[in-house]
Structure formats: structure tokens, C-alpha cells
Design a protein around this ligand. Structure first.
Ligand SMILES: Cc1cc2nc3c(=O)[nH]c(=O)nc-3n(C[C@H](O)[C@H](O)[C@H](O)COP(=O)(O)OP(=O)(O)OC[C@H]3O[C@@H](n4cnc5c(N)ncnc54)[C@H](O)[C@@H]3O)c2cc1C
Ligand SMILES: NC(=O)C1=CN([C@@H]2O[C@H](COP(=O)(O)OP(=O)(O)OC[C@H]3O[C@@H](n4cnc5c(N)ncnc54)[C@H](OP(=O)(O)O)[C@@H]3O)[C@@H](O)[C@H]2O)C=CC1
Ligand SMILES: O=C(O)C(=O)Cc1c[nH]c2ccccc12
Length: 407
């Protein structure tokens, strides 16, 4: 990394990066960095937190396990240890990420939050600003994730609630909610798994299900539902696959409509592909819903001082509220003057072409296809940049250590 400081006073220190700047040291940032290295391309990762894989280390609950089998959650070039179980725990996944970074000698720059990034058309470079430096490179890889920030919806009256209100990104375990009456808002995988965890601590969760939801068993016939879906998709059309999955789900789980969990009209995998909405993969909550230990409530109308009023007219008291309302991308807050992303911070170009923008802009981990999507993006990006890197090196057009950058 060379310095490109000029002689203007009061200007942020500016560093020329040899290779791409990667924003985010989660699985996506690490995977791109590793694949680039394999292609002979160095890179710099800027990470806002103080560790790799901060979502997993700092913003997930203790009982979390991968809900897809490990072979679908591996990053390129370096797999899980063989002794890991089929569904690794959060601790195991983190230790895998740490080994991955060690294996490829990846050393992100921690506590570097990217506040702004913009393409400088005049010089043909990306200018990327953190709190203390400006980093400059020909390439910018966005790896800040689909889950960068919690989604905190406005719910009428919530400010008047006197008990704790926490998002699932700060929920660690039901131990903090023993014996409590808890309102869980949101019924994705987080809301369902947190409700299950709360029951382990004799808490009484009420889960708010405001719209439709697909629940599938995590496994069918002893094989992972996801694995079966991936295999069958090679042979049968998507809609037929969904019909099959729903047939088996109805047979093994029963009719979930009767529990207040209404299924969408569109099938689970078609819906996932079209909108990114992940089906809930049941790891035990459904039997607690059936037994009444977890209560399903229609949408919340209003939160009160000590509870909630629901759309169906019921009113209940609660000790705590957990917002399992999902996450959002933060790209629009820092990536400027680029029309590659939607207002929600997702690439406008649909899968499988959303990994590459213009002027050396790349995105990894924004396909709504979990870690499998990350792995495929990382390979494509590293090949693409690797080709450019070799051409530049061969032509020796740029002297990397003395790039003039006066503003
Ligand atoms: C509870 C939970 C469970 C999941 N389980 C699975 C699963 O089993 N299988 C699966 O395939 N997927 C799963 N996912 C999806 C998840 O998105 C991926 O597992 C994975 O974490 C995505 O990696 P990523 O690197 O793209 O994003 P992240 O892991 O979110 O990493 C992004 C990194 O960017 C950093 N960052 C953000 N903004 C900035 C900024 N402005 N400047 C600098 N750094 C920044 C963040 O601090 C973070 O470290 C799960 C998600 C959640 C929330
Ligand atoms: N074991 C694992 O591997 C796990 C994986 N994950 C993954 O992490 C990602 C994030 O999951 P998750 O955190 O569950 O987020 P999701 O986005 O999947 O779910 C958010 C939920 O909150 C609901 N919601 C949002 N706003 C409101 C509101 N104002 N009032 C009521 N409900 C609301 C949504 O309802 P609606 O659908 O109507 O918008 C939805 O049910 C997913 O990809 C998921 O698969 C999560 C947990 C565990
Ligand atoms: O865990 C997630 O959020 C994922 O995105 C993994 C995933 C990708 N495709 C799916 C289809 C069904 C269930 C989970 C996934």
C-alpha cells in the first residue's frame, strides 16, 4: 500500500491500495480476498468492527446452528474440518472462519468503517473514506452483507412500552428472559428459533405472524430439504419441485394453516428465488406451536405500556419484546453516485449477474442465496479482477507505488 498524500493541508491521509479494496470482513469479504490471493492479486479489507465475521461473532444468538448442511456453507478453496457435524454450531462456524483467514494469511484492517466511497471519473479510481484515511484503488468490492444493520420497524406505541425491547441481533439466550411473557415480532428463521430458545428457559413466547410463511422440515427422508431441493432442481421444473416439497411438508408437519401459519400462494423455492424470503426450516418450534407453548398472534395493532393490542382485538401483557424483524443492507448510506444498487441497498441487476458493476465495482454476498451465493460470487470476481491484474502487470501501465493523486 503506497501513500498518495499531497501537499494540501487539512486533507485526510490518502493511501493507494495495491489491488482491490474490499469493504467488510464477513464470509464474503474473506472469500473474495482468498480467491484473489489464489489468482496472485493482493487486496485490503476494511472492516468496521474489531473482528472477522462480526455478524456471527457479535450479532447472533448462542444456540444458532447452520440450517443448511455444511457442504452448502463452505467457502471456496478451503472446506470445513471433516470432524464437524452436518449442521455446525455458531462456534464451529466462527472457528472455521478464523482458520480460513489464517490459512490465507488474511489480515483485515479493523475498526475502519467505510463512511463514503465514490468513483473519481477524472482519475479512474475509487476513493474510499473511513474515519481516518482515504483509500484509493481501481477496484471496489462491496462485501458489507445483506444483513448489515437491524431492521427496526416503526410500531405504534412501542416507545411507551416499559420493559426491554431488543432486536434479535442483540439477543443471546433465553436465560435473560426466564419465566417471562415475551412478544416476538417477526416469524422468519430468527423469530422461530428465538421462540424455541425462550421455551428452553420456561419463558412464554407469543410470536407475531403478520403475513404468510412457508415452514418446511429441515430434513425429509433423513436428507436435508435444501439438499433434496438442489438435487431435484437439476431434473424437474421449479414449480413441480415446490409441489413436491409442500406435499412432503404437509405430510410430515401437518396443515400449518390451522396453526395461523398461512402458506403463500407461491411455492417456497420459487418465492425464495423471486423475493429472497427464506422459508422457515423447522428445528423444533412447530411442535411447541402445536402444543400451545408458543402462541401465534396476528399482526400487532399497537404496543401499550405493559403489553400489546392485536389486529384480532385481543390484548395481552408482556414483560419483554424481541424484534425478530430481520436486517437490511447499509450500502446506500456510504456508496455514493452509483446507480448499481436499489434504494434498499441490493444490486439492481438480477441474479446471476449482480456481482459486477461498472468502473471496477463488484458485489459479493448479495444474491439472497446464503453462503452458497457468496462462494459463487467470490470465484467470479477473483477471475475477473485477476484477468485485469495480469493485463495491467504485463503492460506495466501503472507504477503502483507512485500513483499521482493530487485533488
Ligand atoms: C442469524 C443468521 C443465520 C444465518 N445462517 C445462515 C446459514 O446457515 N447458511 C447460510 O448460507 N447463510 C446464513 N445466513 C446468511 C448470512 O448472511 C451469511 O451466513 C453470511 O454471514 C453472509 O456473509 P457476508 O460476509 O456477506 O455478510 P456479513 O456476515 O454480514 O459480513 C459483512 C461485514 O461487513 C462489515 N461492514 C458492514 N458495513 C461496513 C462498513 N460501512 N465499513 C466497513 N465494514 C462494514 C460488517 O461489520 C461485517 O463484518 C444467516 C444470517 C443470519 C442473520
Ligand atoms: N439457523 C439459521 O441458519 C438461521 C438463518 N437465518 C437467516 O438469516 C436471515 C435473516 O432472518 P430473520 O432475522 O429471521 O429475518 P427475515 O427477514 O427472514 O424475517 C423477518 C420477519 O419479520 C417480519 N416483520 C418485519 N417487519 C415487521 C413488522 N413491522 N411487524 C411484524 N412483523 C414484521 C417479517 O414479516 P413479513 O414476511 O411479513 O415481511 C418476517 O417474518 C434469513 O436469510 C434467515 O434464513 C436466521 C436465523 C437462523
Ligand atoms: O439461510 C439463509 O438465509 C439462506 O439464504 C440460505 C438459503 C438459500 N436458499 C435457501 C432455500 C431455502 C432455505 C434456505 C436457503
Amino acid at each position: 500500500m503506497g501513500s498518495c498524500k499531497d501537499d494540501h493541508e487539512n486533507q485526510q491521509d490518502c493511501l493507494w491500495v495495491n489491488g482491490p479494496i474490499i469493504v467488510g470482513a464477513g464470509p464474503s469479504g474473506l472469500a473474495v480476498s482468498a480467491c484473489l490471493k489464489e489468482n496472485g492479486v493482493p487486496s485490503v479489507i476494511l472492516e468496521r468492527s474489531d473482528c472477522i465475521s462480526s455478524l456471527w461473532q457479535q450479532r447472533t444468538y448462542d444456540c444458532l446452528k447452520l440450517h443448511l448442511p455444511k457442504q452448502f456453507c463452505e467457502l471456496p478453496l478451503f472446506g470445513f474440518p471433516e470432524n464437524f457435524p452436518k449442521y455446525p454450531t455458531k462456534r464451529q462456524f466462527i472457528s472455521y472462519m478464523e482458520s480460513y483467514a489464517r490459512h490465507f494469511s488474511i489480515e483485515p484492517k479493523f475498526k475502519k468503517e467505510v463512511k463514503r466511497a465514490e468513483f473519481d471519473h477524472g482519475r479512474g479510481v475509487w476513493r474510499v473514506q473511513t474515519q481516518d484515511f482515504e483509500y484509493v484503488s481501481k477496484w471496489l468490492v462491496v462485501a458489507t452483507g445483506e444483513n448489515a444493520d437491524p431492521n427496526i420497524p416503526e410500531i405504534s406505541g412501542i416507545e411507551s412500552f416499559e420493559g426491554p425491547v431488543v432486536h434479535t441481533s442483540v439477543y443471546k439466550s433465553g436465560a435473560e428472559f426466564k419465566q417471562q411473557r415475551v412478544l416476538v415480532v417477526g416469524c422468519g428463521n430468527s423469530g422461530m428459533e428465538v421462540s424455541l430458545d425462550l421455551c428452553r428457559y420456561n419463558a412464554s413466547p407469543n410470536i407475531v405472524v403478520r403475513s404468510t410463511i412457508h415452514i418446511l422440515p429441515r430434513e425429509m427422508f433423513g436428507l436435508s430439504t435444501f439438499g433434496i431441493a438442489m438435487a431435484l432442481l437439476k431434473w424437474i421444473p421449479l414449480r413441480l419441485l415446490d409441489k413436491f416439497l409442500l406435499l412432503v411438508a404437509n405430510f410430515t408437519l401437518g396443515n400449518t394453516d390451522r396453526l395461523g401459519l398461512w402458506r403463500p400462494k407461491t411455492g417456497p423455492i420459487e418465492l425464495k428465488n423471486a423475493t429472497g424470503k427464506t422459508p422457515v426450516l423447522d428445528v423444533g418450534v412447530l411442535s411447541l406451536i402445536k402444543s400451545g407453548k408458543v402462541k401465534v398472534m396476528e399482526g400487532v395493532k399497537e404496543i401499550t405500556r405493559n403489553g400489546a393490542k392485536f389486529m384480532d382485538g385481543q390484548e395481552r401483557e408482556f414483560d419483554s419484546i424481541i424484534l425478530a424483524t430481520g436486517y437490511k443492507s447499509n450500502v446506500p448510506s456510504w456508496l455514493k453516485a452509483s446507480d448499481f444498487f436499489t434504494g434498499e441497498g441490493m444490486p439492481k441487476t438480477p441474479f446471476p449477474n449482480g456481482w459486477k458493476g461498472e468502473n471496477g465495482l463488484y458485489t459479493v454476498g448479495f444474491t439472497r442465496r446464503g453462503l452458497l451465493g457468496t462462494a459463487s460470487d467470490a470465484i467470479k470476481i477473483s477471475r475477473d479482477i485477476g484477468d485485469q491484474w495480469r493485463t495491467i502487470k504485463n503492460n506495466k501501465k501503472i507504477c503502483f507505488s507512485h500513483f499521482p493523486l493530487n485533488r
